[in-house]
Design a protein around this ligand. Sequence first.
Ligand code: ZN
Length: 57
Amino acid sequence: MRTNTHTIVSRHTTSEGVVVWTRCGCGRLQMALIPYGARGKALAAGGHDRQCPRCGR
Ligand SMILES: [Zn+2]
C-alpha cells in the first residue's frame, strides 16, 4: 500500500473496513477505505480516482 508519491499517514479500522490516510508528494491528504475481504482494492473517498486532483499523481 505504498507508492512512490503517496505515504501512509495513519490507518484505523471501522465497521466497514480499514480507513487509510495517505499524503501525496504535494502534501495533499487523501482518505481511502479498504473494505474487509477486498484485499488490495481501495475505494477512494468521494470517487474512484485515486490520483491526486492537485498534482495528478
Ligand atoms: Zn498531489
